[in-house]
Design a protein around this ligand. Structure first.
Ligand code: MFK
Ligand code: FAD
Length: 497
């Protein structure tokens, strides 16, 4: 009989993940781990089942129906089955709420992001609107806008799928996504009611219940400083769009189950979140939260590629033995695992910091370290996700290039992590922006010294010492460039980051 290769399989993605479990045992009190472990096992199981289910069906994407049979403009978006399942799991397990819940104190973010890490791949990027919802909640909390706090937060944090709201983030226009200074969407106030008009060029999860939108109040000057941040509810209680038309759903390399639209706003009713200007400063907390989600989901992509490749290596025979027995393949997998674990420890360290700062137990140095590391971690994990996803495809040989094996999707999806929420260059420049704070270089070097002191073996200490020496060399050149021209400083930003 002709040989037929068994495909890779996934077990419970929490129980099978020694790195995650080891980390949680190290950083969480035993009682906290015991309290959250059921969530993790359930989502770990959902992850395994979603992989198996996706292999049994053809690829499916959301669709836009612009007009109904009677000539009415409806702009109806049909979502995919994976998104319907993900919505329920996300609400029930509080994937947004857990990050803001005080039950586990400073560990709230570790709890939340451990769930997000397990959830992301199965959800087919339902993680994207959840990230934006978390970001919107963070912005609204910080705004002290009591109307929005009372109206939106209970929905963002609801664990009832019927009550849970998600948010979009409408910033990018045709004039630019990195540089939003050319934003043309305008805001007019008539009888104490704001209305927005213009065109937004990328709006992910466009059907979300709410969105935070950058727009320029009439009469404000040109440039980014004069933009203001608005909150909108794009549809009314009957689901009709309020002054919004969906022009089209974008045809994308990856993230295909995520409906990303081009839209026009025609006097869409809106609420001013804070002041009538400085909208970029107001939205910055959202960017930092979504960048952390991005890093976690990039990490999840790496872990998924490695989990599949390791399973397959037990099933595939080459040159007379299992692939896993081939020393060079084992070395390849070990290299991927090492890169992944480095990203894992750095990213989850960031979630610890975020939890401490948010719970007001973070020291001033930790506040600075959080600000400095967020762009670096987003940048680094975005790049490593592509590298590891590409290597993972290769681990399957030709099958890794076939769409219906499910493997190429990892690589297609991975490419987004370094583009949205700030490209690598924008993040490197953001790192330089953060470095302008007094004491920032010292804080980075102190953190590095602590990692060196904590090294548990000579090999690790050697690595940490080498990294520290590189960093000292880099910081010296940053110091020199800070005194030199801005051009040189920017040109070296990626290397510095
Ligand atoms: C599955 C994973 C989930 C991920 C979800 C993804 C879904 C969403 C997809 C999207 O892509 S949404 C759109 C995301 N867009 C961006 O990320 C924009 C990228 N561009 C930047 O980040 C630019 O750096 C920026 C627009 C912020 C530059 O704007 P400006 O006005 O030229 O910046 P400026 O003047 O330096 O900063 C204005 C203020 O904001 C300053 O504060 P002050 O007014 O108090 O001086 C800055 O310090 C502050 N600021 C800027 N970035 C900050 C920040 N503060 C804290 N953290 C930051 N990151
Ligand atoms: P540009 O800003 O034109 O960048 C082009 C190149 O220029 C990049 O390589 C960049 O690194 C580089 N560059 C820019 N500035 C500098 C500089 N100063 N120095 C050096 N290099 C620089 N946006 C939203 O607002 N809401 C959404 O929901 C949303 N969803 C998205 C979904 C997907 C799938 C994708 C791909 C994008 C989405 N975006 C969304 C848009 C995304 O945030 C932007 O595409 C991104 O910020 C880059 O902006 P841009 O496309 O205008 O590219």
């Amino acid at each position: 009989m002709t040989f037929v290769q068994a495909p890779p399989q996934l077990g419970n993605q929490y129980q099978d993940d020694d790195v995650l479990r080891g980390f949680l045992r190290r950083v969480l009190p035993m009682a906290t781990l015991a309290a959250i472990e059921n969530d993790l096992v359930t989502i770990g199981d959902y992850a395994a089942q979603a992989w198996a289910l996706a292999r049994q069906r053809s690829a499916i994407e959301p669709t836009l129906m612009t007009w109904d049979a009677w000539g009415q403009r409806v702009d109806r978006i049909e979502l995919t089955p994976a998104w319907h399942d993900a919505k329920i799991i996300a609400a029930r397990h509080g994937l947004v709420a857990a990050g803001h819940d005080s039950t586990h104190g400073e560990h709230a973010r570790v709890h939340q992001f451990a769930m997000v890490y397990l959830f992301h791949n199965a959800s087919e990027f339902y993680s994207c609107p959840l990230a934006m919802t978390d970001g919107a909640a963070t912005v609204i909390k910080a705004s002290a806008n009591t109307y929005l706090i009372e109206r939106a937060l209970p929905h963002y944090f609801s664990r009832d799928p019927a009550q849970h709201w998600i948010s979009g983030q409408w910033m990018t226009e045709t004039s630019g996504g990195s540089d939003i200074g050319g934003t043309e969407t305008s805001a007019h106030e008539i009888d104490a009611q704001w209305h927005l008009s213009g065109r937004k060029w990328f709006t992910s999860a466009v059907h979300a219940n709410t969105a935070l939108v950058l727009a320029r109040p009439a009469g404000n000057a040109d440039g980014a400083d004069s933009l203001a941040l608005f909150y909108i509810e794009p549809r009314d209680a009957d689901g009709h769009w309020r002054g919004i038309e969906i022009d089209k759903l974008k045809h994308k390399l990856g993230t295909r189950e995520l409906p990303t639209a081009e839209i026009h706003l025609h006097d869409a009713p809106a609420i001013l979140v804070g002041e009538k200007r400085n909208g970029v400063r107001a939205v910055a907390p959202m960017l930092n939260v979504t960048r952390t989600w991005n890093a976690i989901c990039a990490l999840a992509t790496m872990r998924r590629g490695i989990a599949l490749a390791r399973d397959y290596a037990q099933r595939r025979n080459v040159f007379g033995r299992a692939l896993i027995e081939q020393p060079l393949h084992r070395d390849t997998l070990a290299g991927m695992q090492a890169e992944f674990e480095a990203c894992f420890q750095l990213t989850f360290f960031l979630t610890e910091l975020l939890g401490r700062v948010q719970a007001n137990v973070g020291k001033p140095d930790e506040v600075l370290l959080l600000r400095l590391l967020t762009p670096i971690v987003k940048l680094w994990t975005g790049k490593q996700a592509v590298t590891i996803a590409s290597e993972a495809c290769e681990c399957f040989g030709g099958a890794g290039y076939l769409e219906d094996s499910g493997i190429p999707q990892l690589l297609r999806d991975a490419q987004v992590f370094s583009i949205w929420e700030g490209t690598s260059n924008v993040l490197a420049l953001d790192f330089l922006r953060a470095l302008q704070a007094p004491e920032s270089l010292r804080v980075l070097l102190d953190a590095q010294q602590r990692w060196l002191d904590a090294s548990i073996s000579d090999e690790l200490a050697d690595c940490a010492r080498e990294a520290r020496n590189t960093m000292i060399k880099n910081t010296d050149s940053i110091r020199e460039s800070q005194q030199g021209s801005r051009e040189n400083l920017e040109a070296g930003a990626r290397r510095a980051a």
